[in-house]
Design a protein around this ligand. Structure first.
Ligand code: PEP
Length: 262
């Protein structure tokens, strides 16, 4: 195996919740206050990516905790006539650290393309935010046996013009579209196969050392039951969690599944 378990220990493991369009600000505060004591001894980075209107409350509610806050999207322009959009500067100013880019729901429902994913990724990096760049194949693409072509193309396009130095702040989330919110999880072997392939793509673009350092998450119906097996794979460095991140105990159990003595 090219990328082994030893190298995994050198990478940052990140468990990030993606709350999608759930929780009002007061509900967000309540959920974060439930999660905080449960994850205080986490061995991994813990992130909650929340709706825009919850961000300021979430940053405030997590002060003095080990939970970092992320947004679910950002625009690539600094300001201007982009009604409904949010800039990276706005996110930075209120203390946001991460931002999800190119989630499959944005690609599916809001016309996100690899070109706009690339623009948003570069803008996030330029502002000092850490983008969680989502890639993943549709079910029919997997059935047509073109998963690797799809993923390779997304990695190339989404990271176009991102330097090796900037890559250090990029997180990749492999999220097979057929596994998101469906209760269908990729097997640990399927997740590992594609996460390892993503690392090979990064190696081709940036070299071995840079590729070794990138955190690659799996996302798609990860929960407290299947997390341990998925996270045990050498190239699965964490998870992007939708549904299960809305229940404090379930999210905390996934965080606990990253612990070495678990
Ligand atoms: C997601 O929204 O990124 C996700 C993986 O959702 P779920 O865990 O609900 O499948």
């Amino acid at each position: 195996m090219l990328f082994d378990s030893l190298a995994k220990g050198l990478r940052k493991t990140i468990i990030a919740g993606n709350w999608k369009m759930n929780k009002t600000p007061s509900e967000a505060k309540e959920l974060l206050e439930q999660i905080a004591p449960l994850v205080k001894d986490a061995e991994c980075e813990v992130v909650a990516c929340v709706p825009y209107v919850d961000l300021a409350t979430a940053v405030e509610a997590t002060k003095g905790t080990n939970i970092k806050i992320g947004a679910e999207n950002c625009h690539w322009e600094e300001k201007g006539a982009y009604t409904g959009e949010i800039s990276t500067g706005m996110l930075k100013e209120i203390g946001v650290e991460y931002v999800v880019i190119g989630h499959s729901e944005r690609r599916q429902y809001f016309g996100e393309t690899d070109e706009t994913v690339n623009k948003r990724t570069k803008a996030a990096l330029a502002a000092g935010l850490k983008p969680i760049v989502c890639v993943g194949e549709l079910l029919w693409e997997r059935e047509c046996n073109i998963t690797k072509e799809v993923i390779g193309r997304q990695i190339k396009l989404d990271l176009w013009d991102v330097s090796a130095e900037e890559l250090k702040n990029v997180v990749i989330a492999y999220e097979p579209v057929w596994a998101i919110g469906t209760g269908k999880t990729a097997t640990a072997e399927q997740a590992e196969e594609v996460c390892e392939y993503i690392r090979l793509c990064l190696k081709a673009l940036y070299g071995f050392e840079a590729a070794q350092g990138v955190t690659i998450q799996y996302g798609g119906s990860m929960n407290d039951q299947n997390a341990k097996e998925l996270l045990s794979k050498p190239n699965v460095d964490g998870g992007l969690i939708g549904g299960a991140s809305l229940v404090a105990e379930k999210f905390a159990a996934i965080v606990a599944a990253t612990a070495s003595e678990y």
